[in-house]
Design a protein around this ligand. Structure first.
Ligand code: PGA
Length: 253
């Protein structure tokens, strides 16, 4: 891996719309009990559903595992039925907010504009913004991945000054989820390099996500410019998350 010694390797998971409170706290108890002192370079985080945020935070207090939300509204409060605000998720225990996942863009009307509003709201309230970007399969096939992802990233970060509290997760839409095809490192290296050149110098850290598991994590972490991984299915069991954490720890030279 190309990171200098001591630079942390981020390892996060979003649970999406899975887990009861019992499932969530069982995961958190197993992860809290891991030997994190032996993995000092790993910077772990978990994004439970909003219903489990506080319960998971309460179990993970005292461990290095940070807790975040999968979404939050850009307004601080008001008549927005069904939404939760950044102050509310912060109150519930979140220190990070995921913004603009492709599932939200595809199904819930998330746009570059709302992503940008949410990034501003997240930073205004002192939380870390985890911005998801990624090109659809058609753009990938047309050789337009870099163009697509840079445009999304520029829109997401428009007028953002505090880029040191921004993580960008590059997640090609075609690589995510059950229907996704895991990407090879050489297929994502160009976009990662372009993102690193564009926002790396300002302090943005870059994660990769989309069908990451223990079979491809080490190779993906070796892509120059990446600071970590953002994982769905493979980390929904505590053992999976911990296996990936062990791999992330060995990625640092
Ligand atoms: P996956 O999800 O690892 O299950 O493909 C990744 C994501 O959506 O962030």
């Amino acid at each position: 891996m190309t990171l200098p010694p001591g630079r942390p390797v981020w390892l996060g998971t979003s649970w999406k719309m899975t887990k009861t409170l019992a499932d969530a706290t069982a995961w958190a108890r197993a992860v809290a009990a891991a030997h994190w002192a032996g993995l000092p370079t790993v910077r772990p985080f978990v994004l439970p559903p909003a219903t489990a945020l506080t319960a998971v935070r309460d179990v993970l207090v005292g461990s290095p595992v940070e807790v975040g939300a999968q979404n939050a509204h850009w307004a601080d409060a008001g008549a927005w039925t069904g939404e939760v605000s950044v102050p509310q998720v912060r109150d519930a225990g979140a220190v990070l907010v995921e913004i603009g996942h492709s599932e939200r863009r595809a199904w819930f009307g998330e746009t570059d504009r709302t992503v940008n509003l949410k990034v501003h709201a997240t930073l205004r309230h002192g939380l870390t913004a985890l911005v998801c970007v990624g090109e659809p399969e058609a753009a990938f096939r047309a050789g337009r991945s870099v163009e697509h992802v840079l445009a999304q990233t520029r829109a997401a970060l428009a007028d953002v000054t505090d880029l040191g509290r921004v993580l960008v997760a590059y997640e090609p839409v075609w690589a995510i989820g059950e229907q996704g095809r895991p990407a090879r490192p050489d297929e994502v290296a160009g976009v990662v390099a372009a993102l690193a050149a564009e926002v790396g110098p300002a302090g943005v850290r870059l994660l990769y996500g989309g069908s990451v598991d223990t079979s491809n994590a080490a190779d993906l972490l070796a892509v120059p410019g990446l600071d970590g991984l953002f994982v769905g299915r493979a980390a929904w069991a505590a053992e999976g998350f911990l296996a990936l954490a062990a791999l992330a720890a060995t990625a640092v030279r």
